[in-house]
Write a protein that binds this ligand. Sequence first.
Ligand SMILES: [Zn+2]
Length: 64
Amino acid sequence: MRKRFIADATCPHCQQKDTLAMWRENNVDVVECVKCGHQMREADKQVRDQIRSQEQVIGIFHPE
Ligand SMILES: [Zn+2]
């Protein structure tokens, strides 16, 4: 499973920066903080939109 780290994103749970990784699981975007384990799924669209707006893609990414 390829995970992308999201630069400059802040975890809403532990407030650490650059700890959020994002990947797709069953067509759902999953974002997890590797620091505290806090996980956010596509259901939380507000969080996802926030992440997306902050996202700087590292590596290969194919936009929809
Ligand atoms: Zn965290």
